[in-house]
Write a protein that binds this ligand. Sequence first.
Ligand code: NAD
Length: 255
Amino acid sequence: MSSSEKKIALVTGASRGIGRATALALAGDGLKVLVHYGRSAVEAEAVVEAIRANGGEAEALGADLASEDGAKTLAEKVRTIVGSRLDVLVLNAGVSKAARIEDYTTADLETLYATNVRGPFFLVQQLLPLLGEGSSIVVVTSVVARGVVGKPALENPSILAYASTKGALETLVKNWAAILGPRGVRVNAVAPGIIDTDMSNFTKTEAGRETALSMQALKRIGKPDDVADVVTFLASEKARWITGASIPADGGSKL
Ligand code: NAD
């Protein structure tokens, strides 16, 4: 396939974790991948190099999605590279926070909502002119959008504010799917359970691992590739009749 025929994907937060695995998987499917990063330029360039070493095409591009003009800045960089069309947009970048209810600050909520909700909202807005018939948006949400995990108690840290940002994203997925469907653009969510990445506290301690395994039907800790494969499926033509859906990738959590 010549370079001009290659489909192009943008993956936000692709320097590590689920985003990195997704960038590599999409490149493995033959797409050119725009590897977005917030601060980790060196890691993002390493992902680009890994893709190129396998014969793929990739470019790294940075933007702080939590800043007020972050989405606009990123969209401008994307337009410069892709011209008029983006085939796949993976909204993966996100931050988490665990704290007791009484310890949350307004700054915590601002960071969580700016990164996890406002950034994706305005990135879709800014990239709309590039999304057309056959384009696909995949949003990485979470099992916590629909169920409470951990040991809920006033004295225990909880990720309730983070969970609410993922609930907001799941609502946006349905609305985007309904609004963009007539244009031929599909929009879906992948809702991971506990995945072994830098973000996940659950995978770092024996107690955390036990909590994770106790709520899962499948008895191992999830890996970034377990999510990336579902994202690439949803982004592909094989998922052409799926839109507005949220697919769990959680080893059967909280069944
Ligand atoms: P991670 O911390 O390794 O990756 C998060 C990525 O988002 C990083 O690349 C980071 O640079 C980027 N990012 C954060 N803030 C940013 C900003 N302001 N501007 C630009 N980029 C920014 O964690 P991960 O587990 O790979 O998380 C990826 C996605 O998966 C997140 O949306 C997360 O909420 C979701 N998720 C993770 C788990 C899990 O257990 N790890 C479970 C469910 C959902």
